[in-house]
Each structure stands twice: as C-alpha cells, then as structure tokens.
Design a protein around this ligand. Structure first.
Ligand code: NAP
Length: 481
C-alpha cells in the first residue's frame, strides 16, 4: 500500500485528502509515496505555531537544544540504509551518492548540535575603566526555509540545524519533486523530542505556498536555495517587509584545465564534476576551459571516459549516472542540447534521451559533450542543470581566467594545474564563492562557509561557523562594575 506522508504542524502530523505523488524518476511506474498537498492556510498555521513555540525554544539552553539535534542525528543514523534508499528512489541519484548525502546530513546535525555548547559571542576589552563589554547571540525568530530537490536531505539539514541551534523556530517547505528526504529529518526531530511548534513541515506547490510563507506575519527571515528566477522574486517580496533573506541560486561553473595539469586526474575530475549526480549539483562543472596546448588530447580523453559512464537506475550496483529528476527537467536538458547542436554543432558524444529496455520508464539522458563551444553560445552562458558539458578553448592561462570570470554567475570554480603561482593567481582572481584546485568543482564539506558570489547568491553564507551569522543577531552589552 502506498504510504501518505502528512505535514507536520504544531507537533502533530496533519493529514488531508489533497495529496500529490512522489514518483521514482528512474522508473515512473514506482510510486515512492504520496504527500499531503499543503495550502496557504497550513503555512499560516505553521507560522503561528512557530511563533507560539519561540519563547520556550529560544530560552532553552544551547546545550539542551544541541542534545535534541544529537538524538535526531542518532535516529537518522539507525535508519541510514532506508533513508538513503528513499533518496535514490525519489531523486534518482545513485545509492552510493545518496548514502554520502545522508551521512553528510547526520554530520551536519552533529556539528551544529555542538555549536549549541559554544554559541560564540564576543568579549573585548573596553577603553573605559571598569567597563565590561561583550556581545551575546540571540535568535532572530520564525524563519522560513525553502529547499530544492537536488540535495533533498543535506540542504534541509544545513538550514534546519543552524536555525534551530540558534534558538529560532522554523517552517520548512521542501521541493515537491523530492520531499521525502526532508520529511525523514523532520520525523527524526519529532522522535528526538523537539517541542511542538519548533519545527513545522508543509509540502506542496512552491507557487502557492511561497506567497503565503513570505507573507506570514510572524516570519522574520527566509533562507532559500533554488533557481535565480524564484530567488529574485522572493527577494523582492521579502524586501517589502524587510525580512532578512539568504539566497543560494544557480551557477555556470567553470573548470580551467592548464597544459601543466596532471592529465589523467584532470580528465577524471572534469567528468566527475560534469556528470555525477546527473549534472544536477549546483556546483557541477558545465564549462571546461582548456588550454590550447592540450585541447585536442583532452577533448578526446573526456569523450572516451564519458562514453564509458554507466547510466541507469541508481539502486543497481555499478551505475554511475541516474536519471533527470523529472520530465520537466529532462525536457529542459534536451531543449538545451538542441540549442547546442544549432550553435556549436553535433555533440561529440551523447545528445539523446535513453529509452532502451527499462530505461524507457525513466528520465534518462546520455551524458553529452560539446566541444569548440564559444562564449556567446547559449550552452556556455545559461544553467542547464543536467549531464551536458561545454568544452571551450583558451589560448593560455590569462585567456582561461577571462573566460571563466566573464559570466554573471559565481557559485563554484575549479582549476587543474601543477603550477603553484598560477594556483594562487587563480585563487585571488577567480570570481566564485567556492574554489577547488585539482579536485572536481563539486564536493563540499559542512565545516566551512558555503555559498556563491555575483548573481548566484545573496546574503550571508551557509554552513560552517558562518551559518550562525544568518540565523542569529547580536545583543551588545556595556557593563560598569
Ligand atoms: P526552484 O524551482 O527555484 O525551486 C526551489 C524551491 O522553491 C522548491 O521548494 C520550490 O517548490 C520552491 N518554489 C517554487 N516557486 C516558488 C515561489 N513562487 N515562492 C517560493 N518558493 C517557490 O529550483 P529547483 O528546480 O528545485 O532547483 C534547481 C535550482 O536550484 C538550480 O538553479 C540550482 O543551481 C539551484 N541550486 C542552488 C544551490 C546553491 O547552493 N547555490 C544548491 C542547490 C540547487 P516546488 O518544488 O513545489 O516548485
């Protein structure tokens, strides 16, 4: 029997006859579950419950709040295999990738649980005699969290955990394409004994719930990860009410490959960053900018490696690339491939939907490589969010830097080189919030700040110690003794 997953409002699981389906993108015949389709009124009730819970939660000690997060992490850990399998079935990423993500969510909960015992404020010497001055952190209040489908567990975790440990209460709106992974975290928090109203979960259409959330009276802040289009709209709405806002949005991430790079690992890193998780990581490489001296050899090696990638249902062992998350995303990818064909010529590999045998039941697209892509081509400028790589030729390091930075986005960026001085030139001049050197452009950890620059992001960074800046405020005290 298909399970129906309820919304979670004021500590209670709230059912309704109105539901939407969560289907496996690798096999659309498989129904993963049904989710209650929240309405604007549910968001209002959730925000009211969060406001009512705020005085109790915000005055609980940080270590006590941390203990609840530790317990939730332990509960998720016990269900590790099931939660990872749920993710593969709802989002399509491979089971090893899903396991990596669930492990990360558990680590994030534990990391921020520990912050409850630190909650660093400031203590500095005064210029005045016998004056003691310090700044305390305090929560900001009720926070709305809106998350995308591509990291359906880690992104909810990296918003929920710092928000909660700082003493805020929250309303979480997960992506409709993959709500189960976020629901599992909320279930764990519930079982861990989080007081009623502190966490609220309302699934349903972003278009309908977004307006209600950003308009909910008790709301003080919104943290959003998703597309630029929705992020920019939310920013405009939030500004009308002077809500604090944090936006993590799209990218068009470059990997520069210099002639002095370790050739084999550069090929592996570019293929990994472009195609793993089906190219649906916000930090994925979509432009490989390759120095002229090795260009032809590099293109040939990337195409050869890409052709060997195993595409299929991520639950099966040995599969490296899963499906696009849904039909709309697959159609977007195929539309960009057609645009690429017209502008840059036939791709050197891939370029079609895969429909052989069981693949016909899913949204599979061949990993696709275009070469000789120019800066003005659409596939070099717009985010595709799928398994499509544009390879571009650069005359030299300076030309590669210019091409890499000549774009409105600034999320992640990578360089493959053995030159120390070019590495540092790159680090200081690359216009992106996340840089990697001799690694794939994707693959971040939770202990350091995460977020982009330019049009990719707005507001304080997420993760690591920096996450506390968005979810707390300072109260500064001057005390004469
Ligand atoms: P999206 O369409 O913008 O959706 C993101 C979230 O916003 C979903 O929960 C969605 O709900 C909700 N939403 C939709 N319309 C809304 C509205 N009018 N008001 C408020 N919320 C609304 O993005 P996506 O397709 O899920 O994710 C892909 C995008 O996310 C890509 O651009 C990717 O680069 C970006 N991303 C960025 C980062 C980063 O850290 N920079 C990380 C991951 C992903 P529904 O699902 O119900 O529509």
């Amino acid at each position: 029997m298909t399970e129906t997953f309820a919304n979670y409002i004021d500590g209670a699981w709230v059912k309704s006859a109105a539901v939407f389906e969560n289907r496996n993108p690798a096999n659309t015949g498989e129904l993963v579950g049904c989710f209650v389709k929240g309405q604007a009124q549910d968001v209002e009730e959730a925000a009211a419950a969060a406001a009512a819970a705020l005085p109790g939660w915000s005055t609980m000690s940080g270590p006590a709040r941390g203990n609840i997060l530790y317990r939730a992490a332990d509960i998720l850990d016990k269900r590790f295999e099931q939660v990872a399998a749920d993710m593969t079935r709802e989002e399509g990423k491979t089971l090893p990738e899903a396991k990596g993500e669930v492990r990360r969510s558990i680590n994030i909960l534990r990391y921020f649980a520990g912050e409850g015992s630190r909650m660093p404020g400031m203590l500095v010497p005064s210029e005045r005699d016998r004056v003691h001055m310090f700044a305390l952190r305090k929560p900001i209040g009720v926070v709305g969290l809106i998350t995308p489908w591509n990291f359906p567990s880690a992104i909810p975790a990296w918003k929920l955990a710092p928000a909660l440990i700082c003493g805020n209460t929250v309303v979480l709106k997960p992506a409709s394409a993959a709500p189960l992974s976020a629901w599992r975290i909320v279930e764990a928090l519930h079982e861990a004994g989080i007081p009623k109203g502190v966490v609220n979960f309302v699934a349903g259409s972003g278009g309908e719930l977004g307006q209600a959330l950003v308009g909910a009276k008790p709301l003080k802040a919104v943290s959003f990860t998703g597309s630029c289009e929705i992020g920019n709209w939310l920013h405009a709405e939030a500004s009308k009410r002077r809500l604090r806002i944090q936006l993590e949005m799209g990218g068009k991430n470059p990997t520069i490959v210099l002639a002095d790079a370790d050739f084999t690992s550069a090929v592996e890193n570019v293929v990994n960053a472009s195609f793993f998780s089906t190219g649906q990581k916000c930090t994925a490489t979509s432009r490989a900018i390759v120095e002229d001296a090795i260009y032809d050899r590099f293109v040939a090696a990337v195409v050869e490696r890409t052709r060997r990638l195993k595409v299929g249902n991520g639950m099966e062992p040995g599969i490296e690339i899963g499906p696009c998350v849904d039909q709309a995303q697959m159609e977007t990818v195929l539309r960009y491939v057609e645009i690429g064909r017209k502008e840059a010529g036939e791709p050197l590999c891939g370029g079609s939907r895969l429909t052989e045998g069981a693949l016909a039941k899913g949204y599979f697209v061949e990993p696709t490589v275009f070469a000789d892509v120019l800066e003005e081509h659409t596939i070099a400028r717009e985010e595709i969010f799928g398994p499509v790589l544009a390879i571009m030729r650069a005359a030299d390091f300076e030309d590669a830097m210019r091409i890499a930075n000549n774009i409105p986005f600034g999320l992640s960026s990578s360089i493959q080189t053995t030159s120390l001085s070019r590495t540092f030139e790159y680090i200081y001049r690359a216009e992106a919030g996340l840089l990697t050197v001799n690694l794939p452009s994707a693959g971040v950890e939770y202990q350091l700040p995460f977020g982009g620059s330019k049009d990719s992001s707005f507001g304080p960074k997420e993760q690591g110690p920096a996450a506390l800046e968005f979810y707390s405020d300072y109260k500064t005290v001057y005390l004469k003794y």
